[in-house]
Design a protein around this ligand. Structure first.
Ligand SMILES: [Zn+2]
Length: 258
């Protein structure tokens, strides 16, 4: 048996990893994780994710503006993103991470919606998939996706929600990004959803350095944990690890064209 995985969402440019990515990449490769998708969060790290991908063949990047990291002048940031994407297409596999985060009721929802819509349009122009962050906002995200219809779909990253919600995203051509949440006993609703959706609509992701798995709380999360996520997924779905690893690998390469 041999397993090959892709971490479809890890922030390898963030400080716990910086200057030491080689070590974490090797640790992950020992567990079969052979490729890594590193999304950006705003203008401040677009150049960093590009440079990481030039240093390591196994790293690909996504360019976007995260809903919680929108700058004060959001219109000019969107323009900069548009320009940056057209100048850095080589290993750019998606627009993201982008989306909506309505966890904090005080947040500026109108600006988030604006910036997300612009990025959906950008994904359409470049025929790239989207890496979508959606927290307490699934219905709003669905509405925008239905309206703009980005043909290349994307992934709802770190999905947490019900089977019905997952199904609606899948109907729009999106994959469901499964992360550390499935390792927690209390995540019953999300685990039920993940057990029922088609395997060919699932991606695995760590969201490193965030989202530590159960048993690793308080520690930095690392991309080698994709292998543990496959174990959890096999348990939840009562399917073999090998078939999960094979199908999820294929899902990821086909979505991102890698
Ligand atoms: Zn993330």
């Amino acid at each position: 048996m041999s397993f090959e995985f892709i971490d479809s969402h890890c922030h390898l440019d963030f400080s716990p990893f910086s200057e030491n990515e080689g070590y974490y990449l090797q640790k992950a490769q020992e567990k079969g994780v052979s490729k890594f998708i590193v999304p950006s969060v705003n203008q401040s790290n677009w150049a960093n994710v590009v440079s990481l991908s030039r240093q390591h063949e196994s790293i690909y990047y996504a360019l976007g503006i995260h809903p919680l990291f929108i700058s004060n002048d959001h219109q000019s940031e969107v323009l900069s993103l548009t320009k940056f994407v057209s100048e850095h297409r080589d290993k750019c596999v998606a627009i993201g991470e982008c989306g909506l985060d309505f966890w904090d009721k005080e947040s500026n929802r109108d600006i988030q919606v604006d910036v997300f819509r612009e990025q959906c349009l950008l994904a359409k122009i470049h025929q790239l998939p989207l890496i979508v962050h959606s927290r307490k906002s699934h219905d709003h995200v669905l509405k925008i996706l239905r309206e703009i219809k980005p043909e290349k779909g994307g992934v709802i990253h770190g999905f947490s929600g019900s089977f019905q919600q997952a199904e609606q995203f899948i109907q729009l051509g999106f994959y469901i990004g499964v992360g550390g949440v499935i390792s927690y006993e209390r995540a019953i609703k999300t685990k039920n959803a993940i057990a029922k959706i088609p395997l060919d609509k699932i991606l695995l992701e760590t969201d490193s350095p965030d989202m530590p798995l159960s048993g690793f709380q308080g520690k930095i999360n690392t991309p080698d944990k994709v292998a543990n996520l496959c174990d959890y997924l096999a348990m939840i779905r009562k399917e073999s690890k090998q078939s999960i690893a094979n199908v999820v690998y294929k899902n990821t390469t086909s979505l991102f064209g890698i």
